[in-house]
Design a protein. Structure first.
Length: 259
């Protein structure tokens, strides 16, 4: 089986694939202090390590790349592909400096193009809210980066002494009758409005009504209240990593990265 790993700033998503089938998935907190051995012990508690024949990694936390290399070498004894500059992705990257694009964003674009076709806008609700665009020609042409939901709310609570943290849940009505209700309304409808506004401007610039797909941990919260989001694909990034693995072939897999 193939293990796909998407290391984000807040959470790490794992997916186990048997051919094209995602047979198991997990979500862990990202801890920059974890060693490769600690990660190996964690994985051993989740699945049979000997079943893994390869690992494809995307990480936005450079300090953890070496630890995942150790996992591949010592615990899985399997070849590792790190998505980064130089990795064959099957999608042209039309970015001024392709090295600046996060590997998770490239994985999302690869999967969106394969699953839904061009043009397409991916909205990923993570530590930041990322908008990534695949053009009508099937090219990655750039995107938009906005503060993420959790980061924005944490900043608000840190600066407003009388406000308390609330559950990330949709309110009963837009007009809040309590402080909690008002905060939840601002959270849900504020970010839904942000998404609709940005998607609308992207479509205007593209000159086409590009389809949209949402992914990320909080997509389920926002999508029902956003007018421009067509669907949710919770495993889009993991699927992109699986496709990248296939496109690099058994003889070229190593520590490399996207073009």
């Amino acid at each position: 089986m193939l293990l796909t790993v998407d290391v984000g700033n807040t959470q790490t998503a794992l997916g186990l694939y048997r051919d094209e089938e995602l047979v198991e998935h997990f979500r862990l907190a990202t801890d920059r202090s974890r060693t490769g051995d600690e990660l190996g012990v964690t994985l051993a508690a989740l699945f049979e390590l000997e079943d893994v024949e390869g690992i494809c990694l995307s990480t936005t936390v450079p300090a953890l790349q070496r630890e995942w290399e150790r996992v591949a070498e010592r615990w899985l004894e399997a070849p590792l592909l790190v998505l980064g500059p130089g990795t064959r992705t099957g999608i042209p990257i039309r970015y001024d400096d392709p090295r600046e694009v996060g590997p998770d964003r490239i994985a999302n674009a690869v999967a969106a193009l394969e699953r839904y076709g061009p043009p397409c806008i991916v909205v990923d609700f993570g530590t930041s809210t990322n908008f990534d665009i695949v053009s009508e020609q099937g090219e990655y042409v750039g995107g938009v980066l906005a503060p993420g939901i959790e980061v924005s709310m944490d900043a608000l609570f840190a600066r407003a002494a009388r406000l308390v943290k609330v559950d990330f849940a949709a309110p009963a009505s837009v007009i809040g009758k309590t402080t909690v209700g008002g905060l939840q309304s601002g959270l849900v409808y504020g970010f839904a409005g942000q998404v609709d506004g940005i998607v609308g401007r992207i479509r205007e610039e593209l000159g086409v009504e590009a389809q949209t797909v949402a992914t990320g941990g909080l997509a389920d919260l926002i999508v029902p209240h956003a007018r421009t989001l067509d669907r949710i694909d919770p495993f889009l990034t993991l699927e992109g990593l699986r496709l990248v693995w296939l496109r690099n072939g058994p003889t070229t897999r190593g520590l490399s990265g996207a073009r």
